[in-house]
Design a protein around this ligand. Structure first.
Ligand code: VTB
Length: 335
C-alpha cells in the first residue's frame, strides 16, 4: 500500500488532542470502502444504478462488520432514491475498539457509475457517538468554503454578499471566483445570480462530496460549493470540511411533501434554522474515507494490478488530514 501525504491546508481550525480516538478506525474504514469500490466495478457503464448500489452496499456492510468497536449507522442513503441501503440505526462492528457513529454512502454518484462517468466514489465518515447531525431529510442547502475563507460567508446572507465576502477572504476579485453548483433546474436562479455578480460557475452533474473536496484541498479548482444536494452527502462532506479546516453551513431543504412530512418535528426543519459546522459534526475527532469507483481529477480509476485491483483513496483524520492511499484488493468475486 502506498501512502502519499499532501500538504496540510493552511489556516482553518486546529485538530484535536491526541488520545484513543475515532482516527484509529481509519484503516478498517478504508478497507471497507476499497471493498465497496471494487464491488462496483462490474457495474460501471451498465446503466443499472440499483445493481451497482446493491453491490456497493453489500460489500461495504461486509467490510464494516469487521470494524473494531460498535459502529452505529446514523446517516445512510437509499430511501430518497429507493435504493438498497445501510439503514439508519443499523449497528455494525465487532465490539472491541472505539464506539462511533457512521455516515455512509456506499456508492456516491450512482448515476455516474451507471453512465460510466468520472466522479463516483464509495465514502464513509465516522465520528464519536452522537457527533453527527442525524436527520431524516434527503436534501440540504449547502455552502462550503476552504480554510482561507472560513468564517466569511453565511447562508443567511444573499449570494451576492457572500461572493463579496469570499473574495475578500481569499484576497482576489469576485470575477476570479469559481463556484461549484450542481447542474439542476432548482439552481437556475442561483447560477444566474452568481454569474451576474461576476463570478464563474463550474457545473457538475452529480457527486457533491467530491465537489466539496475540490473546494477544500490545497490547489483545488473551486472557491466554494453552493446549492441544494443530498442531506446525507452534506453530513459526510461536513466531516471532510472539519478535518481540512474549511467551513460549511447547511439548511434542510425538503423538495417534496413526503420529505417535508418525514422531517416534521425535527428542530433543524424549522424555517430559518441554519446548521453550522459544529451542528453538522460536533467533534473534530472524525474520519473521512473515499475510494474512487470511476476515477476523477483527485483519485485515479481502479486498475487491474499484478495481484488484484489497484484502488485510489482519499483518507482524512485529525492527525493526517490529507492522505492519498493506493491499495490492492482482490477483484470482485475473488474473495
Ligand atoms: C445529490 C448530491 C449527490 O445526487 O444527492 C444528488 O448530493 C441528487 O440530486 O452528490 P437529485 O435528486 O437532484 O438528482 C448526488 O449528485 C449523487 O448521489
Amino acid at each position: 500500500m502506498t501512502v502519499l501525504r499532501l500538504p496540510r491546508p493552511a489556516g482553518g481550525r486546529d485538530g484535536v488532542a491526541p488520545g484513543p480516538r475515532t482516527a484509529a478506525l481509519a484503516l478498517p474504514l478504508l478497507w471497507a470502502t476499497q471493498r465497496a469500490a471494487v464491488a462496483c466495478l462490474p457495474w460501471i457503464g451498465r446503466n443499472d444504478p440499483k445493481a451497482a448500489d446493491g453491490a456497493a452496499v453489500a460489500a461495504l456492510r461486509h467490510g464494516l462488520a469487521g470494524l473494531p468497536g460498535r459502529a452505529r449507522v446514523v446517516i445512510g442513503e437509499g430511501e430518497k432514491d429507493d435504493a438498497p441501503m445501510l439503514y439508519q440505526g443499523e449497528v455494525l462492528g465487532s465490539g472491541k475498539g472505539p464506539a462511533c457513529d457512521l455516515a455512509v454512502d456506499p456508492l456516491e454518484g450512482t448515476r455516474l457509475c451507471a453512465r460510466g462517468e468520472d466522479g463516483a466514489v464509495s465514502v464513509v465518515a465516522a465520528a464519536p457517538p452522537d457527533a453527527l447531525f442525524a436527520t431524516a431529510g434527503w436534501y440540504m442547502e449547502k455552502l462550503v468554503v476552504g480554510p482561507a475563507a472560513a468564517g466569511t460567508v453565511s447562508l443567511g446572507r444573499p449570494v451576492e454578499e457572500n461572493l463579496e465576502a469570499l473574495a475578500g477572504g481569499l484576497g482576489k476579485p469576485v470575477r476570479d471566483l469559481v463556484v461549484g453548483v450542481q447542474d439542476r433546474p432548482r439552481h437556475l436562479d442561483l447560477i444566474d445570480r452568481i454569474r451576474r455578480a461576476g463570478a464563474a460557475v463550474a457545473l457538475f452533474g452529480d457527486g457533491d462530496v467530491m465537489a466539496s473536496l475540490r473546494v477544500l484541498l490545497p490547489g483545488g479548482d473551486l472557491d466554494s460549493l453552493m446549492g441544494i444536494g443530498g442531506a446525507p452527502e452534506g453530513v459526510i462532506s461536513a466531516c471532510a470540511v472539519r478535518l481540512l479546516g474549511g467551513d460549511m453551513q447547511g439548511r434542510l431543504a425538503p423538495q417534496s411533501d413526503r420529505e417535508r412530512a418525514s422531517i416534521n418535528g425535527e428542530k433543524a426543519a424549522r424555517p430559518g434554522v441554519t446548521l453550522g459546522l459544529d451542528d453538522l459534526v460536533a467533534d473534530g475527532d472524525c474520519v473521512f474515507v473515499a475510494t474512487s469507483v470511476t476515477g476523477g481529477s483527485l483519485l485515479a480509476r481502479p486498475q487491474a494490478g499484478p495481484s488484484g485491483v489497484r484502488t485510489a483513496s482519499f483518507v482524512s483524520t485529525s492527525e493526517h488530514p490529507c492522505l492519498l492511499v493506493e491499495g490492492e484488493m482482490p477483484a470482485a468475486g475473488a474473495g
